[in-house]
Write a protein that binds this ligand. Structure first.
Ligand code: PAP
Length: 331
């Protein structure tokens, strides 16, 4: 895996729309079943036209606020652990101590490709096998990703925690975005990259097809993960992730505690404490500089209870349950 990928931090904002329009919430537009800002739509179209997948690409796919930063840190650390050891004399040189996890694995659609002179050049320059990330739903993935059967790690999270996390994040740029407004839009599915249930279901169904068509686990093309389960059993999940990424831990690594070292290095508390994550500002989207620390808020399962009323929770649960009926996917 290439050493370090992606991430150009710039402090100068470009344009006036980002993850959420600054003046008021709810200016996303529906684009082929997915709510995006007009600027994001332009970028997605460019990616669709110009990005060429390679058969050994691995995509980390998340709906926003489902644990993208954590998954990027884990996947990068697991795949590069021979080059960058997680324990021992060289551990203090690990890239995670010098760069934000968001910048170690580039997004397909961000920073907005129309803002680059050569829209996908940054991605083309990466050595194979590439580790890439995206928030795009399955329906908007570049066609070559699907044709080549690129492997996908999909991480989802309880929608109530996603709503609260997204609301906090968006509030960093839009002070007037109340929890009531966020809740109303989220329940309608009108949130960035939403509806969340369509996003999750798309990859849940793809995972089901992939496992029914594969004779063995090693041929599966989708690994479907849940944040809450990963938080409860991180060691087991990191082993599973390594298997899927085709860099399984050896018996010796397991017995010497390398898996636990990876879990510790990528833990919320550890990453939050690293200066590159706790200070500074970076524009990873295009026109939306954000504090690096905004990707490390609570890092908890069930924080929704501190922000949503029981009535709100019941309503969102009922909507999600109804949307997922018959799929086998539950939260
Ligand atoms: P993105 O989708 O916007 O790129 P993402 O990392 O999914 O970012 O969102 C941040 C959420 O992941 C935050 O959740 P919270 O608001 O509920 O706290 C953040 O705390 C959480 N997060 C970041 N790093 C970790 C980690 N190492 N372990 C667990 N959760 C994490």
């Amino acid at each position: 895996m290439a050493e370090v990928q992606g991430g150009n931090c710039s402090h100068n904002g470009v344009g006036d729309e980002g993850l959420v329009p600054k003046k008021r919430a709810g200016l996303w537009i529906p684009y082929r079943g997915c709510w995006l800002t007009p600027e994001a739509v332009k970028s997605v179209k460019l990616v669709e036209e110009q990005f060429q997948a390679r058969s050994d690409d691995v995509l980390l796919v998340t709906y926003p606020k489902c644990g993208t930063t954590w998954l990027k840190a884990l996947a990068f650390t697991v795949t590069n652990r021979r080059l960058h050891t997680v324990a021992g004399d060289d551990a203090h040189r690990h890239p995670l101590l010098a760069r934000h996890p968001q910048d170690l694995v580039p997004y397909l659609e961000m920073p907005y490709r129309q803002l680059q002179q050569h829209p996908v050049a940054e991605l083309e320059e990466l050595a194979s096998p590439r580790l890439l990330s995206t928030h795009l739903p399955v329906t908007l993935l570049p066609p070559s990703v699907l044709h080549l059967g690129c492997r996908v790690v999909y991480l989802c999270r309880n929608p109530k925690d996603v709503l609260v996390s997204l609301w906090h994040f968006i509030n960093k740029v839009n002070q007037k975005y109340t929890i009531d407004k966020a809740f109303e839009l989220f329940c309608k599915g009108e949130t960035v990259y939403g509806p969340i249930w369509e996003h999750c279901l798309g990859f849940w169904n793809k995972a089901a097809v992939s496992s029914s068509e594969s004779e063995s686990d090693s041929r599966r093309t989708v690994l479907f993960l849940k944040y809450d389960e990963m938080m409860a059993q991180p060691v087991e999940h990191v082993k599973m992730l390594a298997e899927f990424l085709r860099v399984p831990f050896t018996d010796e690594e397991v017995s010497s505690g390398v898996v636990e070292d990876v879990v510790r290095l990528c833990s919320f508390d550890k990453l939050k404490s690293v200066p590159v994550n706790s200070s500074g500002v970076c524009d990873r989207i295009g026109g939306l500089p954000m504090e690096n620390s905004s990707y490390f808020r609570a890092g908890k399962v069930g924080d929704w209870a501190n922000h949503l009323t029981q009535e709100m929770a019941n309503k969102l649960d009922a909507i999600v349950e109804e949307k997922l009926t018959g799929s086998g996917l539950t939260f």
